[in-house]
Design a protein around this ligand. Structure first.
Ligand SMILES: C[S@@+](CC[C@H](N)C(=O)[O-])C[C@H]1O[C@@H](n2cnc3c(N)ncnc32)[C@H](O)[C@@H]1O
Length: 373
């Protein structure tokens, strides 16, 4: 399976495209509260009505769910099929949280691949299937609220939460607080801005016009979509260590020469062609005051750009991970041996008492180590 390209790699255009380049290969229950299904229908699409301010600007209908599943496939293609980037991960008995699980497709695939892990997928919308592997459970909740989990997770996964979150540093801090020491957080996000290495993508093309309007509108709404490059800094601020950011290129369309890149580009293009309306409709109408048919007209022109093989555009996909440090054991709580107890000056008769006790010798060593032993 083809992997995504590193950001330093050049994508070589295919000089002799064929018509088959355009073919796409065929490729636990949830808990529900009544307000969750108070959907809003607008311009032919269904949106979640969760929350007082209709804060989620993207549909949750079948059409959107199909797009999300296709997007899942793009992410897997870019990582050679891998669902995560955590090094040497076993996930045996791991407690896993999938933030904004969508159709639950990642959680279900992960549960199949790691049958000994327990996965909890949480979303605003009950759009997950009913029949799922035994080790997955779906719940409906708003993860922008205070997290009240009663136990910690070993791995928290968030993917494509761009445009959903008002306070990213807070979300990442909450993830940090809800991980066990040594646990991992991972984000997989995309920057929806088209890059080009050979000057073939005109800066005034319709795609560029659309992307600027979209990025600005999302910022104005208070839920930015251009967050991928800030993730690493937010992880570090929250206290994560071993933070790694991998940036992978995915072509916009089937213009590359390499078969694997062509395939990645084809899937991304299909997902975007389908998704442009979902991404823009509520954002442009509610935030920018556009009419729905104006949005349709611009997105149709963007689709032409996506299909233009002369434009060698690509997206950057970000895979960011960080580990919560192991807890430093405070002085006085290090159980070196079962006999050890904290030295108590008040109870003792003085330094001679201190020297004569083997258990208190441990205490002394611990103090010199700063408690890190
Ligand atoms: C673009 S979709 C990504 C779905 C999934 N992570 C994936 O990669 O296939 C974003 C999802 O996040 C959910 N979401 C947005 N804001 C949320 C919140 N505050 N709490 C829980 N879920 C949220 C949406 O309902 C939607 O299903």
């Amino acid at each position: 399976m083809s992997r995504g390209l590193k950001i330093s790699d050049l994508i070589i255009p295919d000089p002799a495209p064929t018509s088959s380049d355009d073919d796409l290969e065929s490729s636990g229950g949830w808990s529900l509260t009544s307000s969750v299904t108070d959907y809003v229908y607008e311009n032919g699409r269904r949106y979640p009505g969760f929350g007082p301010d209709g804060a989620y600007l993207y549909p949750n209908d079948d059409r959107e769910n199909e797009r999300l599943d296709l997007q899942h496939h793009v992410f897997r293609l870019l990582k050679g099929g891998d669902l995560h980037t955590i090094p040497n991960a076993q996930f045996k008995n791991a407690k896993v949280l999938d933030v904004g699980t969508g159709t639950g497709i990642w959680a279900i695939d992960f549960a199949d691949e790691y049958p000994e892990a327990k996965i909890r997928g949480i979303d605003l919308s009950p759009t997950q299937p009913e029949w799922v592997p035994e080790n997955v459970v779906f719940e409906i909740d708003n993860l922008e609220d205070q997290w009240n989990f009663t136990s910690k997770f070993d791995y928290i996964h968030m993917r494509m939460m761009l445009g959903s979150i008002a306070n990213w540093p807070l979300l990442i801090k909450q993830a940090f607080e809800n991980l066990s020491p040594g646990g991992w957080l991972e984000s997989q996000e995309v920057l929806t801005c088209a890059y080009c290495d050979d000057g073939t993508l005109p800066p005034d093309c319709n795609w560029k016009k659309w992307e600027k309007l979209y990025v600005d509108a999302a910022r104005e709404f208070g839920r930015p979509i251009d967050i991928a490059m800030d993730l690493k800094g937010w992880y570090e601020e929250a206290g994560f260590v071993d933070v790694v950011e991998e940036v992978v290129k995915c072509p916009l369309g089937n213009w590359p020469a390499d078969r694997g890149q062509k395939e990645n580009g084809r899937y991304l293009r299909t997902s975007l062609s389908e998704g442009l309306q979902a991404l823009s409709l509520a954002t442009f109408t509610r935030v920018l005051g556009w009419k729905a048919d104006e949005v349709e007209a611009l997105t149709a022109l963007c689709r032409n750009d996506l299909n233009n093989r002369a434009y060698h555009g690509y997206f950057k996909f970000y895979f960011v991970r960080g580990r919560k440090p192991e807890e430093k054991k405070p002085v006085g709580s290090i159980g070196r041996s079962n006999k050890w107890r904290k030295y108590n000056w008040e109870e003792s008769s003085g330094p001679s008492d201190f020297r004569s006790s083997s258990s208190t010798l441990d205490t002394l060593t611990d103090r010199r180590d700063g408690g890190n032993a």
